[in-house]
Ligand binder design. Structure first.
Ligand code: PMP
Length: 473
């Protein structure tokens, strides 16, 4: 694994070994590459699929324009159907820790496909993948499923079945997949039950969900004081990445684990995004492992599937024992533990060495510094927040600790920034409220492409900023 020695701060630095420059104030205009095939495909797609996409954020609604239809990807690069190349800072929204088409992952998948695609029987690969997950994380037993949504949905059912209680507590801005019970918006007061967050979710499905502001200990205490005896579980993103990155304040996750324990509720840590990415042991590796506490249940997805549909939930052996067929709580899946997905996940986790985490950490540091410098040079108010190598930029002037804070980001300015980056060959998440992801394959050329694009893109954001940048708005 090549370790990048890219500059972490300073102006016009040159990294001695690898020769990466950081151009500052470099603001030439570019002619956007033509995208006729993407436009044609988007029109075709919209005729047959709502919004033309199979998951909403892909439609570019938040930033406008035509989503790029990707034909292939390798390492840190995406190639669209018109032949344009982009540095990928989405990484499939997290899974591609090793970059695209890693030769060993591809070989593992090819070998698995050649042995047949699904049997509906147990396989050795499932055992090996689960052992690998248990080896890295605070869980004792694991069940494999096919998506993060399925993992959180199953974990909540299990928590309810195990405790014999119904109420679920979650935080505003944390996303756990599209299960009805968690597509909920806060009610009128902190300890009031929530209302559906989308049409199609019956009020009865969210009537047992309480939604609280993130990082707010007093709100958590108030809810447990009033409803503690009814609470089956509290679920939280281990470090939220779905409102942009909003890290837990020091000790917050440990506090949640403890208050759940005191009230006989389960603490469910959703590591679908952070698992095997923030560290080898996910976010827990940076807090629980250090502070000495364990969640009761953990959900996983993304990296552990190596880019194929695999996810999991696991936890305390006594809680997992309540799951069918050992226990009474039903859960099942035709393609659960699918041999191809399992092979991709296993190859990915085995290749996720300490060097990989060092590399993506160094790349993230470089990008964060360069983003901060570019926005500062352009006079654009910004806050960059991160957990491990996962980070995002809020175009606002105050640190963001909850959903209300995240909502103050200047989404229009982000849209201008996004398109200026895209025109310069960098594919950011097409929404101001998403984490940016890098991979072990992001090499000097990819990093340099991002660094070269940033100054002009930050200026484009400044030109669109809807309020003063100097904090006196
Ligand atoms: N939990 C978290 C923290 C997530 O980030 C996501 C997806 N972004 C999910 C659950 C749902 O996963 P999936 O999209 O695989 O259903």
């Amino acid at each position: 694994m090549a370790h990048p020695t890219v500059p972490r701060s300073g102006v016009e630095q040159t990294a001695p070994e690898e020769g990466i420059r950081r151009p500052i104030g470099h603001n030439e205009s570019v002619t956007p590459a033509p995208t006729p095939r993407s436009e044609e495909l988007f029109a075709r797609a919209r005729a047959v699929t709502p919004g033309g996409v199979n998951s909403p954020v892909r439609a570019f609604n938040a930033v406008g324009g035509t989503p790029r239809f990707i034909a292939s990807a390798r390492g840190p690069w995406l190639t669209d159907v018109d032949g344009n190349e982009y540095v990928d800072l989405i990484c499939s929204w997290g899974p591609m820790l090793l970059g695209h088409a890693h030769p060993e992952v591809v070989a593992a998948v090819q070998a698995a496909v050649a042995r047949g695609t699904s049997y509906g029987t147990p396989t050795e690969g499932e055992v090996a993948l689960v052992e690998e997950i248990i080896g890295r994380t605070p869980v004792e037993k694991v069940r494999l499923v096919s998506s993060g949504t399925e993992a959180t949905m199953s974990a909540i059912r299990l928590a309810r079945g195990f405790t014999g209680r119904d109420v679920v507590v979650k935080f505003a801005g944390c996303y756990h997949g599209h299960l009805d019970a968690l597509l909920a918006s806060a009610g009128s007061g902190l300890t009031t039950f929530s209302i559906p967050g989308t049409p199609g979710v019956p009020a009865s499905s969210t009537a047992l969900t309480l939604v609280l502001p993130y990082n707010d200990r007093a709100a958590v205490e108030a809810v447990f004081a009033e409803h503690g005896y009814r609470i089956a579980c509290l679920i939280t993103e281990a470090a939220p990445g779905n409102m942009g990155v909003v890290p837990p304040e020091p000790g917050f996750n440990g506090f949640l684990a403890e208050i759940c324990r005191q009230h006989g509720a389960l603490f469910v840590s959703d590591e679908v995004m952070t698992g095997f990415r923030v560290s080898a042991s996910g976010q827990w590796g940076t807090d629980g492992a250090v502070e000495g506490w364990r969640p009761d249940l953990v959900t996983f997805g993304k990296v552990m599937g190596g880019g194929l549909p695999a996810a999991a939930f696991g936890g305390r052996a006594d809680v997992m024992a309540a799951l069918a067929p050992d226990g009474p709580v039903y859960q099942a899946g035709t393609l659960s533990g699918n041999p191809i997905a399992t092979a991709a996940g296993l190859a990915t986790l085995r290749l996720a060495t300490p060097e990989v985490y060092d590399h993506i950490g160094a790349v993230a540091d470089t990008l964060r510094d360069a983003v901060a410098e570019a926005f500062a040079a352009a006079g654009v108010a910004h806050v960059i927040q991160s957990t491990g190598s996962m980070f995002s930029v809020f175009l606002t002037d105050e640190p963001v600790r909850d959903y209300a804070g995240a909502s103050r980001t200047d989404a229009a300015a982000y849209g201008a920034f996004f398109h200026a980056m895209l025109d310069r060959g960098v594919h950011l998440p097409p929404s101001a409220y998403e984490a940016w992801f890098v991979s072990a394959a992001h090499d000097d050329r990819a990093v340099q492409t991002v660094l070269d694009a940033l100054p002009a893109a930050a200026e484009a954001a400044g030109a669109r900023q809807s309020r003063p940048a100097n904090g006196d708005s």
